[in-house]
Every structure is written in structure tokens, then in C-alpha cells.
Design a protein around this ligand. Structure first.
Ligand code: A3P
Length: 287
């Protein structure tokens, strides 16, 4: 596949092939019992999706393993010529659906707000996101060429990557939390204490699960298990779309990997820019 430049949707840089069916996204009808999983890319979307799907299936791994993660938790705004779009796929699913999106708040279909759907947002620190996104750009060919790490870092800071500015994304969702039913989680907390964070999700979903079931979910959704699970590791994607020999989708799954990539100078510039971008927001996150 050819790498393509990004398109733009309502001013947000996005994959150009999403444009064609964008009207379907704007008109998407959320159902009151939909659960929305929202993240900026590379923040632990696949991880939280698997946790939620396991909770919905009372810890039955065999049920979850029957299908790829993107069929169990469809990617709402996804659209690609020749493939069923995310909205079309969702329309075929019975309630209660789990819906995945990376959209910034201002692009979310209004029906999600109107229906007051429960939502889970996962944020990950900007430096690890930048590193993970760089590797994703390298291996997933729908992205433009990222250039060198230093070039990509500039592009990321400028918000000129798919889904736009990380800073605006997290600030936007953080604000919405005040008025809507949003469980706001952090990747770093999930790494630190997966049991505590999974229990928050179970409670938010109004479920009660036996200890054995919770343990099974924790085991099944650990990085090592998800890395070898063909329904979650994205190795089912054709090589022309994702080349895992360049960098696996399940790459390192750790907090603080940015320290292996940022130079001292890059870190200083990044920190100053971060402070500027996040000024006035109460959003805080472990680096
Ligand atoms: P790295 O590239 O830092 O390894 P997304 O699903 O939003 O695209 O995010 C992908 C990132 O989440 C990758 O980060 C991936 O390794 C990490 N990840 C996926 N499953 C995980 C898990 N079970 N535990 C920890 N990290 C996980």
C-alpha cells in the first residue's frame, strides 16, 4: 500500500479515506446502552477494549477469542474503500454495544451526548504516546512517512498527526467529564495496579464479578497474553497494512519508554511546550 498524506475533517487531520463516508459518522445514532471507549491513539485502546469485552462476557475468554477485537469493539469512524465502515458494522450489532473512537470531543456524533451514554476515556502521558505513535506510523502504512524520530516529534507537538493535538484531545475530554458519565482512566495507573483499575471499570459498568472471574480477566488482558493472542495483537491484519516486522503493534507495553528515545534537549523543549499547551487545565498525568 501507498503511504498517504492525511486529510482533514472539520479542521482535524485524519486519514483521507475516512472522508468519503463522514456523513454517516455525523449522523450516527447512539443507543442509550452503548458504551463508548474513547482515547487518543496509542493510549491503551486495545487494552481497555479487551478488558471491557471480557467484563461484558463474564470472563469467558473463549467468547472473546471467537472474533478479532475490531469486530467485537468496532471502530466507529473507520471507513476504507471496499470495506464495511465502522458505523455500518455497528448498525448490525445487537445491544449492548461497545463502541471505539479516537475522536476529539467536538467531532463526536451528538447522539452520544443526547443519549447520555456511559463513556470510558483512557489517557496516556504525551511522551510515551509520541514514542508509541512514531512506531505505529512506521509499521502501519495508512500513515504518512513519519521521517526521523526528531521530525516526528515536531509533527506530534504541532498536532499535525492523525486525530490532531494530543493536548487538545485530553483537555477536551477532561472538561466533558464534569457533565457526562465518563470514567477517566490513565494508562500509567492501569500499569501500576491493573486490578484496582479493572475493578473501577467493573463498578462503573454496574457489574459484580466473582474474584475468580476478575483474576481471569486480569490474566487474559496482561500485555504478555494480549501480545500472543491473535484476536488482539493485530497480526491478523495484512502485511501491506501493518508490518509487524518493522515494529509489532504490541510493542513494549510499558510506562516511561520515552526515556529511551528523548534526548535531553528534546525533553527540555517538550516540557516547555507542554506547559504552554496545558496552561489553565487541571489535567495531570504521570510521566
Ligand atoms: P507501546 O507502543 O508503547 O508498546 P492502542 O491500542 O491505543 O493503539 O495503544 C497501543 C499501545 O498500548 C502500545 O504501546 C501497546 O503495546 C500497548 N498495550 C496494548 N495492550 C497492552 C496491555 N495489555 N498492557 C500494557 N500495554 C498494552
Amino acid at each position: 500500500a501507498q503511504r498517504q498524506e492525511l486529510g482533514s475533517i472539520h479542521g482535524i487531520p485524519l486519514y483521507s479515506y475516512f472522508v468519503e463516508k463522514w456523513a454517516q459518522v455525523d449522523a450516527f445514532q447512539a443507543r442509550p446502552d452503548d458504551l463508548l471507549i474513547s482515547t487518543y491513539p496509542k493510549s491503551g485502546t486495545t487494552w481497555i477494549s479487551e478488558i471491557v469485552d471480557m467484563i461484558y462476557n463474564d470472563g469467558d475468554e473463549e467468547k472473546c477469542k471467537r472474533d478479532a477485537i475490531f469486530n467485537r469493539v468496532p471502530f466507529m469512524e473507520m471507513s476504507c474503500p471496499g470495506l464495511i465502515s465502522g458505523t455500518e458494522q455497528l448498525a448490525t450489532l445487537p445491544s449492548a454495544r461497545i463502541v471505539k473512537t479516537h475522536l476529539p470531543v467536538q467531532l463526536l456524533p451528538v447522539s452520544f451526548w443526547e443519549q447520555d451514554c456511559k463513556m470510558i476515556y483512557v489517557a496516556r502521558n504525551a511522551k510515551d504516546v509520541a514514542v508509541s505513535y512514531y512506531h505505529f506510523y512506521l509499521m502501519a502504512k495508512m500513515h504518512p512517512d513519519p521521517g526521523t524520530w526528531n521530525e516526528f516529534l515536531q509533527t506530534f507537538m504541532a498536532g499535525e498527526v492523525a486525530y490532531g493535538s494530543w493536548y487538545d484531545h485530553v483537555k477536551g475530554w477532561w472538561e466533558k467529564k464534569k457533565d457526562y458519565r465518563i470514567l477517566f482512566l490513565f494508562y500509567e495507573d492501569m500499569k501500576e495496579d491493573p486490578k484496582r483499575e479493572t475493578e473501577k471499570v467493573i463498578k462503573f459498568l454496574g457489574k459484580e464479578l466473582k474474584k475468580e472471574v476478575v483474576d481471569k480477566i486480569l490474566h487474559h488482558t496482561s500485555f504478555q497474553e494480549m501480545k500472543k493472542n491473535p484476536t488482539t495483537n493485530y497480526e491478523m491484519m495484512p502485511t501491506w497494512a501493518m508490518d509487524h516486522s518493522v515494529s509489532p503493534f504490541m510493542r513494549k507495553g510499558m510506562s516511561g519508554d520515552w526515556k529511551n528515545f528523548f534526548t535531553v534537549a528534546q525533553n527540555e523543549i517538550f516540557d516547555a511546550h507542554y506547559e504552554e499547551q496545558m496552561k489553565g487545565s487541571t489535567f495531570r498525568c504521570q510521566m
